[in-house]
Design a protein around this ligand. Structure first.
Ligand code: FE
Length: 300
């Protein structure tokens, strides 16, 4: 069976490119690289050509998620699996693949209507080591788990989302039933994995933006502390204070990026446990900062 191996990249539409450049370099510690035009910047965090593409756009949201398959055979098998299941897929031209810095690419939408690109063969630049935009104790963990996990809002039923991503070779399900004081029912959250990162995609409830948060995992705990200090010094709102998640065990915190959704930086994640579990709360911490949290509430 053909299988997604990682979240390879995302494209983010940003209204304030200058603010994002500064945030990416000085707060996140990413390498900012010029794009093909003044409206494009690439962000690097390892040897890949890029992990994030920023494009000038009023959406202030994730526009596309790029999911990797292992190679040409898996790419063709995936295209067949999807078309056999009645899912509309368009195979990109050679020029479209080159423009995206991959060998082959296909375009489709998930049941939420969110654009997905499935690709193989990213451009990896071993002659250009990642050069962080600011000091770091170590790097970001990307080998074996993709560059990030992403929580997205939900516009379809959990069952339909689960069926679609199962077709892509992802596993998972509901992992949290989280009681929220002002809501009658606990919020259910779905988590999906495809590699050693405990989850790659998560889905909450309906919300205006596609992206609730994008999470990077550091190699050293000191980089979570350093990022926290830099966020505070820059006057950037912390949305969820440091704590440890019950599902991925990351020690992390959440803060607002210039597009108004959240970045999470954490350390110490575990692999998927291999069997389903659910949780009604975290290990410790992760206290929401109430005056900012309301913007990110995910209604049931
Ligand atoms: Fe997260």
């Amino acid at each position: 069976m053909s299988q997604i191996t990682e979240l390879g990249y995302v494209t983010i539409g940003v209204s304030d490119l200058k603010a994002w450049e500064n945030f990416a370099g000085q707060v996140l510690g990413l390498e900012v690289v010029p794009g093909e035009s003044e409206a494009v910047r690439y962000l690097r965090m390892d040897y890949w050509h890029h992990r994030i593409k920023l494009v000038q756009d009023s959406s202030d949201d994730v526009l596309v998620a790029g999911l990797r398959v292992a190679g040409v055979l898996e790419f063709r098998a995936m295209a067949k699996t999807l078309s056999d299941a009645g899912i509309a897929v368009r195979i990109g031209s050679k020029a479209e693949a080159e423009a995206n810095h991959v060998l082959e690419i296909m375009f489709l939408e998930d049941p939420n209507g969110y654009p997905i690109e499935i690709f193989h063969g990213p451009l990896v630049q071993f002659n250009l080591p990642y050069h962080p935009g600011r000091r770091m104790h170590g790097g970001y963990k990307t080998l074996g788990g993709g560059f990030a996990h992403m929580m997205q809002s939900r516009r379809a039923e959990f069952d339909d989302i689960h069926a679609f991503y199962t077709l892509l070779g992802m596993r998972g399900g509901i992992e949290y039933k989280m009681p929220i004081p002002m809501l009658p029912e606990p919020i259910e959250l779905m988590f999906l994995h495809c590699n050693e990162r405990q989850h790659t995609f998560a889905f909450g409830g309906p919300a205006e933006k596609r992206c609730n948060h994008l999470m990077f995992e550091t190699e050293k705990i000191e980089d979570v502390g350093l990022a926290y200090d830099l966020v505070k010094q820059a006057g950037i709102p912390v949305i969820i204070e440091p704590g440890a998640h019950a599902n991925d065990h990351n020690f992390s915190f959440y803060f607002k990026n210039p597009s108004g959704f959240m970045n999470e930086i954490g350390w110490g994640g575990r692999k998927p446990p291999g069997q389903s579990e659910y949780y009604a709360g975290d290990v410790f911490g992760h206290m929401p900062v109430l005056n900012t949290m309301k913007d990110f509430m995910v209604p049931a």
